[in-house]
Design a protein around this ligand. Structure first.
Ligand SMILES: [Zn+2]
Length: 281
């Protein structure tokens, strides 16, 4: 890798473009040899001189951090909280050690077994409809930049909108496994230049999963008032993406079997980037 490539990759990463962890690590290795560029990054980003070792600090505290309540984290490890929000590679490490799902009570109480994603997703779109993740929820799948740049076929079909926008941005994809429930939920979020975002969702169930023979439904509720925004058989949403305006949503997947109902909930916040925020090309 040339230093120019490294700079380009780091700039892409910093502006929220999809860059694979491997490529970013290689770019950082390369950039370390360029003292002038490192100085530039520090000045531009206001980074502290120990920015490289923050990951080491985080990873060495990860086991303990994973077991703390959010209150304990706020008081005892506030630096690591903000690091987690800004460092994708530490976030991946974090979500490998903590449970992805936590039990939640159904609206109205009692009834089905409800699991909620332990930390909601925050997705921010800029004025061109390019999306990036904010906060410290589970990271999206890595997207290979080269595939988009080459104009090749996108890795997977799903959303009906443009797979790769004019700025080389495709949808962000998340994969949430529920080992216990024997299923995997795939979520795609794609920005739209006209505002709001397009959502794609599907569920893959293993043979032994209670979801296999169940009727699958999708519900989207508004978080602030619990009002149902849209609902229907999950299959309906496979054919066409669901368009959601800005706001805080609760995506609910319901698997109604003969004996019981299982529900998976994904809090999803769709935000609009500050219009005054400069986007460096
Ligand atoms: Zn880190």
């Amino acid at each position: 890798m040339q230093i120019e490539d490294a700079r380009r990759l780091i700039a892409s990463y910093l502006t929220g473009r999809p860059v694979s962890g491997e490529a970013l690590a290689a770019a950082c290795e390369m950039a370390k040899t360029d003292a002038e560029y490192i100085q530039y990054l520090k000045e531009e980003l206001g980074l502290r001189s120990d920015w490289v070792s923050e990951c080491d600090v985080f990873l060495s505290n990860l086991a303990e951090f994973g077991e703390m309540s959010s209150e304990e984290r706020d008081t005892e490890m506030p630096g690591l909280m903000s690091h987690l929000a800004h460092c994708q590679s530490c976030r991946r490490a974090y979500w490998e050690v903590v449970p992805l799902w936590k039990p939640a009570t159904a609206p109205g109480g009692g009834g089905p077994s409800v699991k909620r994603l332990a930390e909601g997703l925050v997705v921010v779109a800029d004025t061109f409809g390019r999306v990036r993740q904010s906060g410290w929820g589970p990271s999206p799948e890595e997207v290979v930049v080269a595939a988009a740049a080459a104009g090749g076929e996108p890795a997977a079909a799903g959303l009906g909108g443009p797979q790769v926008g004019p700025h080389g941005m495709g949808p962000r994809r998340w994969v949430f496994r529920d080992e216990e429930g024997g299923c995997t939920i795939h979520l795609e979020v794609c920005g739209r230049e006209s505002g709001g975002m397009a959502i794609g969702c599907r569920l893959e169930a293993a043979e032994a999963s209670p979801a296999t023979s169940a009727r699958l439904r999708l519900e989207v509720r508004q978080v602030d008032n619990n009002v149902l925004f849209v609902a229907g058989p999950l299959a309906n949403f496979l054919a066409a993406p669901l368009f959601l305006p800005w706001g805080e949503w609760l995506i609910r997947l319901l698997a109604a079997g003969a004996a019981d109902t299982h529900v998976w909930e994904i809090p999803l916040s769709l935000e609009q980037e500050n219009a005054h925020d400069d986007s460096h090309e």
